[in-house]
Design a protein around this ligand. Structure first.
Ligand code: SF4
Length: 218
């Protein structure tokens, strides 16, 4: 089974509790206005790998020492079969190795749509952050981009880990953005506040650094 991936990173500490594996799927058919990840929208067969290769990378990279997996995008539910195979592989690994990591997934689809169309996938997750990003609504809660996006625990493990964070304000997070370098690319992972990316562009410009390709503008 192939899965189309935009990027994967470890450790991620700004999208869910603890030290996490972050996996961003490629392709999103939703197109929220103001999305900061527009580089993940296009369906791109050049970004395919097998689920087995991805799981292998997860095993090697974490050595089993991590707290959770965050799956984002792009839109993970636009690749339902690949997402299903990935979740099955992660759950098998968790059971076989007696680990206790949680599985958190983001989606731009409404919760009711996911409950209707993908109940089997939801049953494999511990927590979900659904609903489209709405640029006009403020960033209020930790790990969420706009105030319409709930945090929904879906399992006992999810309830144990996430219930305490349902109403945690965004400004209580010690940090919201991580920066990573990959050759000449710079990645920002996390949930920026309104105006953060424009401020970053201006700040780079005043230091003589022009950003020519950015993911938050088409
Ligand atoms: S915020 Fe998420 S769901 Fe919305 S367009 Fe961007 S990647 Fe797609």
């Amino acid at each position: 089974m192939n899965i189309s991936i935009n990027k994967a990173h470890f450790p991620v500490s700004v999208l869910g509790p603890g030290k996490r594996l972050g996996i961003w799927l490629q392709g999103c058919s939703i197109g929220c206005k103001g999305c900061v990840s527009q580089d993940t929208w296009e369906h791109d067969p050049g970004r395919d790998m097998t689920v087995v290769q991805l799981l292998d990378w997860c095993h090697k990279t974490t050595q089993g020492i991590f707290d959770g997996v965050t799956i984002s995008g792009g839109e993970p539910f636009d690749q339902p079969q690949a997402l299903d195979a990935l979740l099955d592989g992660l759950i098998r690994w968790r059971r076989r190795s007696k680990l206790d990591f949680d599985l958190l997934c983001y989606s731009g689809y409404p919760l009711s749509t996911l409950q209707k169309n993908h109940p089997t996938l939801l049953a494999k997750l511990d927590a979900l952050i659904p609903e489209p990003y709405v640029d006009a609504k403020p960033l209020t809660h930790v790990w969420r981009g706009s105030s319409n996006q709930p945090l929904v625990p879906l399992s006992d493990r999810g309830r144990n880990k996430y219930t305490q964070h349902l109403d945690t304000p965004a400004d209580q997070a010690t940090k919201r953005i991580q920066t990573m370098l990959d050759g000449e690319r710079v990645w920002y992972v996390g949930i920026p506040a309104r105006g953060d990316m424009a401020a970053l562009e201006n700040s780079c410009k005043t230091r003589g650094l022009e950003l020519t390709q950015v993911s938050w503008k088409s």
